[in-house]
Write a protein that binds this ligand. Structure first.
Ligand code: CUA
Length: 323
């Protein structure tokens, strides 16, 4: 996991996660109380148990007697159980309502599509020219509500960034939404939370919450086309990219590559990780990934590329320019 990235429902970074954390604390307290009470009752019962052996006469003194103490204990147990269950029910209803009341004025709308095994994110905007697509990494402004529209391309996936909100499934053929807000800056790891095939565990999503000015700078850069390579090595790498199978599945805005089957690579060099959170984004791992993704992430829909090593080096140099 990257330095400073968090994945914990116990450290809420926004109001939605804070509500869920409160519910968790209430449930923990109630369950701990019940557990302690049961252990206490068990200890008392064991102390009071008659100590006989096989030669003792059976103790029949209780038969036929009314047992007011037992009756009181059972009545108290039923009443306490009902009261605690109602407490949990009321708390979860109150939390559910609180979750639905996040103010959505001036919300940032992002369409998030789950694929085997990566995330496609399209940032919506009233101006069509401002819409852009990225993958596996969301940048969001701190303090501004985010509305995600969730869709799935192939099988059911589940969006889960525990520091920001609970889980929400992405179901093929349906559209769901989830709204949250980050009130603290940070890098939060999300994880697909619904088994979706071989590489389900390697379907992570990084959410980078940052101050609004920084977010705006990132979004402005993300809207631009990829820079044209200036160095001869990177220029050769661009030719390799466009002439090999890469361009059939990936998009690099500003080049003829416009495949939609795989992550958009227009600004891939600015991402923290590659392979949907699987690997650090550096030239060595990137080149190992391109050469043989099946070795790193078996079953992934990206084929191995038997490129001559000079071509591979050029390709990695080109991808490294895509800031
Ligand atoms: Cu996608 Cu699990």
């Amino acid at each position: 996991m990257d330095e400073g990235s968090a994945l914990s429902a116990l450290v809420p970074a926004g109001p939605q996660a804070a509500h869920i954390h409160t519910l968790w604390l209430v449930m923990l307290a109630v369950c701990a109380l019940v557990f302690a009470a049961i252990l206490g009752a068990l200890a008392i019962a064991m102390r009071r148990a008659p100590c006989g052996d096989e030669t003792s006469e059976p103790d029949t003194s209780m038969i036929g007697n009314d047992e007011p103490a037992v009756r009181r204990a059972v009545t108290f147990g039923i009443a306490a159980s009902a009261a605690l269950l109602i407490t949990l029910l009321v708390t979860s209803i109150v939390i559910e309502r609180a979750l639905a009341q996040l103010p959505l004025r001036d919300a940032l709308h992002i369409r998030l599509t789950g694929h085997q095994w990566w995330w496609e994110a399209t940032y919506d905007d009233a101006k069509a020219a401002n819409v852009f697509t990225t993958a596996n990494e969301l940048h969001i402004p701190v303090g501004r509500p985010i509305v995600l529209t969730l869709e799935a391309e192939d099988v059911i996936h589940s969006f889960w960034v525990p520091n920001l909100h609970g889980k929400k499934d992405l179901v093929p053929g349906r559209t769901a939404t989830i709204a949250f807000r980050a009130d603290a800056a940070g890098t939060f790891r999300g994880q697909c939370a619904e088994f979706c095939g071989y590489q389900h565990a390697n379907m992570a999503l990084m959410v980078i919450a940052e101050p609004p000015e920084r977010y705006e700078r990132w979004a402005a850069a993300a809207r631009t086309s990829a820079p044209q390579p200036l160095e001869p090595l990177a220029q050769r790498g661009q030719q390799v990219f466009l002439q090999s199978t890469c361009a059939m599945c990936h998009t690099i805005v500003g080049t003829p590559a416009n495949g939609r089957r795989a992550p958009d690579l227009t600004h891939v060099a600015s991402r923290l990780r590659i392979g949907a959170g699987t690997l650090h984004n550096d030239p060595v791992t990137l080149s190992a990934w391109i050469a043989d993704p099946q070795r790193i992430k078996p079953g992934v829909h990206m084929p191995a590329h038997a490129l001559p090593s000079a071509d591979l080096q050029a390709l990695v140099a080109y991808l490294g320019t895509l800031k």
